[in-house]
Design a protein around this ligand. Structure first.
Ligand code: PMP
Length: 460
C-alpha cells in the first residue's frame, strides 16, 4: 500500500502512548535527542496504559491462590480474570477445551509444549523459524523432527509442508510449528493454509505468535491452530510473562512441566516410604510455583488496550510506517532489504537489511551514537534464515548475534528496524534520513570493536 493510499484512509490511528517517549539520549557528536526505539521486535516499550494499570494494582498486590486474606483473594481474582481476558483476546472461548497457560515467554511456552508432546510425536518445522520455535523439539529422544527448507513463496510453504507430511505417513501424533510473522523479514506466513494442510494429514499446529500478536488480531478458532505462543514483553507488557494457549488434552495428559506447589492437588506419603502426587488437571498443572500475577495482568491489560484502540486503525497506521520505511530505503541503491516472499508479501513492521560496503554492527552503532536510534544487528536468533537470505556461509554460531568484522569491513550480519503501536512518524523519518546520510556521507565519528561489537571510539 502506498503512503498516499494509507493517508487517505481516515481510520489510521494515532500512536498509542508508551513509556520512554521523552527519554533523551546523548549523541557522540554532541547534544541530546529523544530516543527512537526501533527495536520493537526484540522488546517493545510498555504501553502507558499497561504501566498505569499495573501501578494502580500494585498496592493491592498479594499472594495468588493460597492466601486467605482479602488482598490474596483480590489478586487471585485478578490473575484468573487476566486469563479470561487473554482467552477472549485469542478467541479461545469459542472452542471447547482450550486453556490459557501462563509461562515466562514464547521460548518457555514452546519448550512447555515440547515437553508435553505424546510419546513418539513427529514434528515438522521450517528452518526459517526463530530459534525459540526451531530448537525445543529435539530435546526428547522419542520426538522425530523434520526440518523443512526455506520456501520462497507462501504457496511453496504450504506445498512443502503438504509433501513432507504426505511422504512420512503413516505416523502417530504429529505437530507442525510455524511462525505467524517473521522476526527477520516481518513477512506474514500463510497460517490458515498451513493449519489446513496439517489437519488434513492428522497433524496439529502451534503458532509462534511472538511477532504476530503485537501487530494483528489473532483468532485461534478462525485460524484453526491448535496452540498459540507469545510473550508479554513484545506485546507492550514487559513484566516477565508469556502465554501458551490452546488445546488442553496433550497438556493435561502429560506430567507437569515443573513439579512443585501450585501444580499439585494432593500429595501423600506411601506406605513404602515414597510420595504420591495428584496433579491438577487445569492450567495450574503447568504453572507450578508462585504465579507472576503482575506479568499476567500486564498482558491482559495490553490485550484490552489494543482491542479498545482497534486493530484496524493500528494496522493501517503501521502499514503507513512500513510504506515510508520501504519507500525511503528503496531510494538508496546500496541498501538491500531481506525478503523471503518478495516485495508484495503482507508484512508487519519488522525489516532487515544490509548496506553495501558497511559492516552491520558499524552501521547500527552509528545510528545509535549519531542519531539516537535503537535498532539491532546480527542474525536475530534465526541463523539459518538470515544466512539463507544473505546467501552467506555458516559461521561459528553465536548466541544472539555472531562474531563481527572490524568497522568498515563487510559483515555477514544484517540490521533490523522494527516498530509498532507506539512509534511516532518522526522516528521512522529520522531513521530514513539517517540511513541516507550515513550511506552518502559516511559516519561522522570513528568506531572501534569492543567485545565483538562496534562502539564509538571516545579515546581520542
Ligand atoms: N519467536 C519469535 C518469532 C521471536 O521473534 C522471538 C523473540 N525475538 C521469540 C520467538 C522468543 O521470544 P522470547 O525471547 O520472548 O521467548
Amino acid at each position: 500500500m502506498s503512503v498516499s493510499a494509507v493517508a487517505a484512509d481516515r481510520s489510521v490511528c494515532a500512536p498509542l502512548p508508551v513509556l520512554g517517549r521523552d527519554v533523551l539520549v546523548p549523541l557522540v557528536t554532541g547534544g541530546e535527542v529523544d530516543y527512537a526505539a526501533l527495536d520493537y521486535a526484540a522488546s517493545a516499550p510498555a504501553l502507558q496504559r499497561v504501566w498505569d494499570d499495573v501501578a494502580a494494582y500494585a498496592p493491592y498486590y498479594g499472594s495468588v491462590h493460597r492466601g486467605a486474606g482479602y488482598l490474596s483473594q483480590l489478586s487471585t481474582d485478578l490473575f484468573e480474570n487476566s486469563r479470561a481476558t487473554i482467552a477472549k483476546f485469542l478467541g479461545c472461548g469459542r472452542r471447547e477445551g482450550d486453556q490459557v497457560v501462563f509461562t515466562r515467554s514464547t521460548t518457555d511456552s514452546l519448550n512447555l509444549l515440547a515437553a508435553v508432546l505424546p510419546q513418539n510425536t513427529r514434528v515438522f518445522v521450517f528452518e526459517t523459524e526463530h530459534h525459540a520455535s526451531l530448537l525445543p523439539w529435539e530435546q526428547r529422544p522419542d520426538t522425530a523432527v523434520t526440518y523443512l527448507n526455506a520456501p520462497r513463496t507462501p504457496q511453496q510453504a504450504v506445498d512443502t509442508l503438504e509433501k513432507a507430511l504426505a511422504e512420512r505417513e503413516p505416523y502417530g501424533p504429529a505437530l507442525v510449528c510455524v511462525t505467524g510473522a517473521s522476526n527477520v523479514t516481518g513477512e506474514l506466513w500463510p497460517v490458515r493454509e498451513l493449519a489446513a494442510a496439517a489437519h488434513a494429514h492428522g497433524a496439529r499446529i502451534v503458532l509462534d505468535a511472538a511477532q504476530l500478536a503485537p501487530h494483528h488480531p489473532i483468532d485461534i478458532a478462525e485460524l484453526d491452530v491448535d496452540w498459540v505462543a507469545f510473550s508479554g514483553h513484545k506485546l507492550y507488557a514487559p513484566f516477565g510473562a508469556g502465554v501458551l494457549a490452546g488445546r488442553a488434552d496433550w497438556l493435561q495428559a502429560a506430567e507437569p512441566y515443573l513439579a512443585g506447589g501450585g501444580a499439585s492437588r494432593k500429595v501423600s506419603r506411601r506406605t513404602d516410604g515414597g510420595v504420591d502426587v495428584e496433579w491438577h488437571t487445569t492450567a495450574a498443572r503447568h504453572e507450578a510455583g508462585s504465579p507472576n500475577v503482575i506479568g499476567a495482568y500486564a498482558i491482559a491489560s495490553a490485550c484490552q488496550a489494543l482491542t479498545e484502540a482497534g486493530f484496524d486503525g493500528l494496522v493501517a497506521r503501521e502499514q503507513e510506517l512500513i510504506a515510508r520505511v520501504r519507500e525511503g530505503l528503496a531510494e538508496v541503491p546500496e541498501v538491500k532489504v531481506l525478503s523471503l516472499f518478495g516485495d508484495d508479501a503482507p508484512r508487519v513492521g519488522v525489516l532487515s537489511f544490509v548496506v553495501e560496503g558497511w559492516n552491520s554492527s558499524h552501521f547500527a552503532a552509528a545510528l545509535s551514537a549519531e542519531y539516537g536510534i535503537g535498532v539491532r544487528d546480527g542474525l536475530f536468533c534465526a541463523h539459518p534464515l538470515v544466512r539463507t537470505l544473505l546467501g552467506s556461509e555458516p559461521q561459528e554460531p553465536g548466541e544472539c548475534g555472531a562474531p563481527e568484522a572490524a568497522p568498515g569491513e563487510r559483515s555477514l550480519n544484517a540490521i533490523r528496524v522494527s516498530f509498532g503501536a507506539g512509534t511516532p512518524d518522526e522516528h521512522v523519518e529520522r531513521f530514513v534520513r539517517a540511513v541516507k546520510e550515513l550511506v552518502a556521507d559516511g559516519a561522522r565519528w570513528n568506531y572501534r570493536t569492543e567485545d565483538g561489537r562496534c562502539v564509538p571510539d571516545t579515546s581520542a
